[in-house]
Design a protein around this ligand. Structure first.
Ligand SMILES: C[S@@+](CC[C@H](N)C(=O)[O-])C[C@H]1O[C@@H](n2cnc3c(N)ncnc32)[C@H](O)[C@@H]1O
Length: 308
């Protein structure tokens, strides 16, 4: 039985997210820790809680039952959020939270095959009812594609060599468990170096099999339509690539205008839909990092949709 997920930066999340009465989205409900704190802190809040993992939703449903009709749940990925929101009614969102990655419940459940520390089937899916375990994908992928996955999603060094070894092992049926991948990817390494390499490899494969980057991109593009003017989005990411993607998309890429415009010109800088509320990224205090080591890499950002 896995332990309950410890929510990260709760006070800081609420500080940005609480935005008066209205409809809120928790796109990554997990165990419902942030959701519960929001519903307690904001009595006028109703919540659409979403997760792609049915087991997490079942846990959160019980935890949030006391809030009654203030809570609606939906099961799906970020790409299915537009339909989930439409089912919840026509009201635009007052606030949205994206707490990316995995919950402790998922990582600590050996049967889910998420962790190099626990022996289990090499699966890595957040929704075990859809798609196929990563072991099966690895038996079909080309060395070239896998090399790009390892390098771009996990910053894995010597990605070509490792991808060749992984593909050969997967095709011969020797890569069915988390332990067999850990033994192969960690060969010749020890201590911190081994831990680091295995985290990189498992993370890259998890992000690939769950299409996490593609999902996040779709959600970020949709948010402008989903939030009401003045609505707030808070993101917690645990991976520098995700944090970069959030910054780049919501800050917008500055467009260079000619330095001197003719006096009659009506050209104006393009309007950005988002005001950044976190001038600097917010990270957990030392105290939080000590009491909850999984919070260590968390990076919080918040943006407000500019009033029309
Ligand atoms: C870090 S946990 C969230 C924990 C939650 N904030 C809490 O307080 O318990 C992330 C959750 O988001 C879900 N998730 C991650 N990526 C997702 C995606 N693209 N679509 C839907 N759910 C996703 C995972 O299944 C996991 O349950």
């Amino acid at each position: 039985m896995s332990a309950r997920h410890e929510p990260v930066l709760v006070a800081e999340v609420l500080g940005f997210l609480c935005n008066g009465p209205g409809l809120y989205l928790d796109a990554t409900l997990g165990d419902g820790g942030h959701a519960e704190a929001l519903l307690e802190a904001e009595p006028g809040a109703r919540l659409l809680g979403n997760d792609r993992d049915a087991a997490s939703l079942a846990f959160a449903r019980e935890r949030l039952a006391r809030f009654g009709e203030r809570v609606m749940l939906s099961h799906g990925t970020f790409r299915e959020l537009p339909e989930a929101l439409a089912r919840a009614g026509t009201e635009p969102l007052t606030g949205a939270l994206f707490d990316l990655g995995l919950s402790s419940r998922q990582v600590d459940d050996a049967a889910r095959g998420m962790s190099y520390r626990l022996e289990g089937p090499l699966d890595l899916r957040m929704d075990p009812d859809r798609g196929e375990p990563v072991a099966r994908r690895l038996a079909r992928v080309s060395e070239e594609e896998l090399e790009v996955v390892l390098r771009e999603r996990g910053d894995v060094p010597q990605a070509r060599r490792l991808s060749r070894a992984i593909v050969a092992a997967a095709r011969s049926g020797a890569l069915a468990t988390t332990g067999s991948l850990a033994a192969l990817a960690g060969r010749g390494l020890s201590g911190r170096e081994r831990t680091r390499r295995l985290s990189q490899v498992f993370q890259a494969l998890r992000m690939w099999v769950n299409e996490e980057g593609e999902d996040l991109e779709a959600a970020l593009a949709w948010l402008e339509r989903a939030l009401r003017p003045g609505g707030v989005v808070v993101t917690l990411s645990y991976h520098s690539g995700e944090d970069r993607r959030i910054k780049r998309t919501l800050r917008g890429t500055p467009v260079a205008l000619p330095r001197r415009l003719p006096e009659t010109s009506t050209m104006r800088p393009p309007e950005r839909p988002w005001q950044e509320l976190t001038r600097r990224v917010v990270t957990p205090s030392r105290r939080e990092q000590t009491s909850n080591p999984r919070s260590r890499s968390a990076r919080l950002r918040a943006f407000r949709r500019i009033q029309e």
